[in-house]
Design a binder for this molecule. Sequence first.
Ligand code: PMP
Ligand code: G9A
Length: 416
Amino acid sequence: MVVNIDRLLSKRATRFRSSEIREILKLTQIPGMISFAGGLPNPLAFPVDIIHECIEKIFKENIEQALQYGTTEGLTSLRGVLAERMKKKHHINCELHDILITSGAQQALSLAALCFLDPGDTYLTSAPAYLGAVQAFHALEANCESIPMNDEGIDTDSLRRNLERLNRTGIIPKFIYAVPTFQNPSGETMSLSHRKELLDIASKYDFLIIEDDPYGEIIFEGDAIPPIKSFDTKGRVIYISTFSKILAPGLRLGWVVASKEILDKFIQAKQASDLCTNGFSQHIAYEYINGGYLDKHVEQIKKLYKRKRDLMLKSLKEYFPSGVKWTMPKGGMFIWITLPKSIDTRLMFQKALAKKVAYVVGEAFFPEGGNYNSMRLNFSYSEDELIKEGIKRLAEVIKAELATAYQQDTFPPEGV
Ligand code: PMP
Ligand code: G9A
């Protein structure tokens, strides 16, 4: 008989839950399905030929080192070129010893959770928030306080009110989690003034900011707004980014810029987790940056995704019924849809799948639930023709749902 592990599982493990996005990824492999669900980069955005060249160079010059265990901190040469880029492009004042290479940004989030959250601790996050971050924090048995967003990013008035309320009961959160630029899931960007205000508030109440920035480089129009980390002179901000959207997610490479004290703890936690990040991938990323390919390639990704964003926005305008609202992201990979209140995107999901189109239910991004009339659409992954067709199908599903809701409102069953 198979061992029953229920009695053996840690209390922590009983809290682990599956990510809705990872589960939906399986559904979207069904033939004919048009998926706006997963936050997948487009395969056309993978610089396959450049990666090939980089690998050939590694094989010629230092394959033994690439195949060997490396330091937990990461490949020195890669950290060096990243530090230069952080300084020049993002105005973050850092040197190579301020950088830790991780197995994707996701590992950095998990290390932050391990290092800063005890059971019963409180952390703050924007709502909506990236699902994978909330999944990592939730595993540590901490309490989440959600702060709503407005069109300037995190609603700082609501943040202050919440902090006052928590303060009255003696609670000071450990950190706030935010994706200030082209947020996953909303596509929204935090204004410069809100970034500065957030840092002021964090300093006043003495908690950390986890600034997650996978999409900052994928900008279609307007000027880039500097990361919160660029204003941080006290080591209050943990800046996280990734190669997943500017090179390839399969390499599983991310990085953290933080103070020495924080990085030392992250390194100890990482040693227990995976010893070091994939060395072969790190060599590829180094050759990619050092060879001068990154900037040129990012320009191509931006062009590709801008075209797809424009196509999705145009299709939304053409096919979606009135009463539906959506965000107009100036970069990144996502559009956030708000439907009339009568629609519950959880209930509508199976009907959309039946029409072979998938999205992520908005509620999944709210740690405290609710917001049932919202959904997230990804525009980077699907082929151009399928974007139009998928939005058309989704529009039909929404119209049918609205018609049913209308009938129910107009003709209540007898006796009700
Ligand atoms: N943070 C955000 C906001 C993301 O959207 C993602 C991936 N979609 C991650 C972190 C994880 O990225 P990685 O592939 O680097 O682990
Ligand atoms: O495949 C993943 O889990 C990464 C994508 C995340 C997302 O869709 O937000």
